[in-house]
Design a protein around this ligand. Structure first.
Ligand code: FAD
Length: 528
């Protein structure tokens, strides 16, 4: 007899909803969470300017219409404190915390084939058993921490955006370095530029960014409240998981004036829908380059110094082959006298000293260094645990040449272990809330099915997994996305196998496949 029916690892949006669903169906479920409260991403990433890149009304749970109606989203794109309050509200409303063990990190999972259960051990020395384990450990929850020689010598303050102090940091009047210009870097830079004395940004690869046009949300919220169901239905069947009209026209076959007009309209609307303007932007390098050049033109409009504008303009990878940033005045920051940019391709960082950073020939002095260097994405949190199948093989070994899953939900050889937004599912290419809810609902239905049929073991058939891995690779190969050295490819982590990890076929298509598998009595899975 196991201690629990289900152990869920992680109390971010995925783990919270999973707990709620299972408890309602009478499963005995327990969550184990490393942090000391709920919220996951929005618990850890408290850096200045942190906010979502999907509109608040869509970056939210859809499972309870009452929750939708009662929660006020104050801004078009909610900031981290509001997102964390929302997570805390949900925990309170559904009384989730009583079944969550906080401050506890899962270290090992061991499958006992005879007992048909997992043994889960944690860093507090406890060991628990469960029939099923659901990893809700997050796609972007393990920070990437590049090694910089001399960091330990630095006499000033050092912060990581992904582990920002809960009590906040006073940066007013300080000389600050930010290393990294991905999404977290952009948001931090924009937020702190007005308060710091000097800001020096160390950039390796510039980001494409579209404007958020953030602001009060009254009208959008009022509108959403009258038609939440319609919005959610649309999002679930869409390519991106949020309301965005994916263009059906080919850019290369459209008159250039019309192309510019369409881009202009989407730019004025703001947000990530920009890159869905034409059907070939992600498929054809010619189309892609037209879209990229449109954004570069906008950067040139915003940044007064043409040389600086050029440095801030991405040229080494296709647009939208990395998640685009959604900015609120980022490029304009570089018109301020107290802000400067160091291109580390020209002036590599040699070392960190007691007083600052030596890059190229220049010694920069700082009071504070902020690292915005990203995450070991998608596989990082799973591989951080020692997960062993019955024959002793580890998931880490199995995935040494890239993740292998069926539908991004399970991996052959590791029965009864589910992943929420696992590799080879749409996950980071989508509105994560839509993808999280879909996976939670799918897994919940599968566990109900097993219970109803007197079964207690589920695992992908190896050939179904092989087919899905091939499908994921084939779909990615139809796009320009694998051309970028991105975190989708694992390229930001030294030694990580470069494979395109998410499923690029779109949220709606993925849902149709996942629903079809479930309806066909979990076709491709072995149940017993
Ligand atoms: P997480 O929120 O990452 O939660 C996982 C939890 O698991 C964490 O609390 C972690 O502590 C815990 N955990 C991990 N391993 C263990 C272990 N071994 N033992 C115990 N606990 C463990 N997505 C969007 O769609 N739109 C956005 O605008 C957006 N913005 C983002 C901004 C930032 C800065 C980041 C980092 C991510 C963003 N994302 C965004 C992606 C975001 O991660 C998801 O939207 C969503 O919050 C993920 O929820 P989750 O529950 O799956 O994972």
């Amino acid at each position: 007899m196991s201690d629990h029916d289900v152990i869920i690892i992680g109390a971010g949006f995925a783990g919270m909803y999973q707990l709620h669903r299972l408890r309602r169906l009478g499963f005995d479920a327990r969550v184990i969470e490393a942090g000391d409260d709920v919220g996951g991403t929005w618990y850890w990433n408290r850096y200045p300017g942190a906010r979502c890149d999907i509109e608040s009304v869509e970056y939210s749970y859809s499972f309870d219409p009452e929750l939708e109606q009662e929660w006020d989203w104050s801004e078009r794109y909610a900031a981290q404190p509001e997102l964390l309050s929302y997570a805390q509200h949900v925990a309170q409303r559904y009384d989730l915390r009583k079944d969550i063990a906080f401050n506890t990190r899962v270290e090992t999972l061991t499958w006992d084939g005879d007992g048909r259960q997992w043994t889960v051990t944690s860093d507090d020395g406890t060991s628990r058993t469960a029939q099923y384990v659901i990893a809700a450990t997050g796609c972007l929850s393990v920070p990437s921490r590049p090694q910089f020689e001399g960091l330990e010598d630095f006499a000033g303050e050092v912060y990581w955006t992904s582990r920002w102090p809960h009590e906040g940091v006073d940066l007013a009047g300080k000389r600050v370095a930010v290393i990294g210009t991905g999404s977290s870097g952009l948001q931090t830079i924009t937020a702190i530029a007005p308060v710091v004395a000097e800001l020096t940004v160390f950039q390796r690869t510039p980001s494409f960014a579209v404007p958020a046009h953030n602001g009060p949300n009254d009208e959008r919220l009022a509108d959403a409240r009258t038609r939440y169901r319609e919005i959610r239905e649309y999002s679930r069947m869409s390519r991106t998981g949020f309301q965005c009209h994916s263009g059906t026209r080919s850019l290369v076959e459209t008159e250039i004036d019309e192309v510019q007009r369409e881009f202009g309209k989407r730019w004025a609307d703001g947000g990530l829908c920009f890159s869905s303007a034409f059907k070939d932007i992600l498929k054809d390098m010619k189309a892609n380059e037209v879209a990229a050049e449109y954004v570069r033109g906008r950067i040139r409009e915003k940044v007064k110094d043409p040389q600086l504008a050029e440095k801030l303009s991405p040229r080494t990878y296709p647009i939208a082959s990395k998640r685009m940033c959604v900015d609120t005045g980022y490029f304009e920051v570089y018109n301020q006298d107290n802000v400067s940019l160091v291109d580390i391709n020209e002036q590599p960082i040699h070392r960190i000293t007691r007083r600052g950073i030596v890059a190229g020939e220049t010694r920069h002095e700082f009071d504070v260094i902020i690292f915005a260097t990203g995450f070991d994405a998608m596989t990082g949190a799973l591989n951080a645990m020692d997960i062993r199948s019955g024959d002793g093989r580890s998931l880490r070994e199995k995935w040494a040449h890239g993740p292998r899953t069926y539908l991004g939900l399970m991996s052959a050889g590791f029965p009864n272990l589910f992943m929420i937004t696992g590799p080879q599912s749409p996950s980071v290419l989508s509105n994560m809330m839509t993808s999280i809810e879909y996976h939670v609902d799918w897994i919940t239905r599968a566990l109900e099915y097993l219970r109803e049929h007197g079964l207690n073991r589920m695992e992908p058939a190896p050939d179904a997994e092989d087919n899905w891995v091939n499908t994921t690779n084939d779909v990615a190969a139809l796009t320009v996305m694998p051309q970028a050295a991105s975190w989708y490819m694992g390229a930001n982590i030294p030694g990580k196998q470069r494979v395109f990890m998410p499923f690029a076929g779109g949220v709606g298509t993925y849902k149709q496949i996942g629903d079809g598998v479930a309806v066909a009595h979990y076709h491709g899975f072995e149940l017993s």
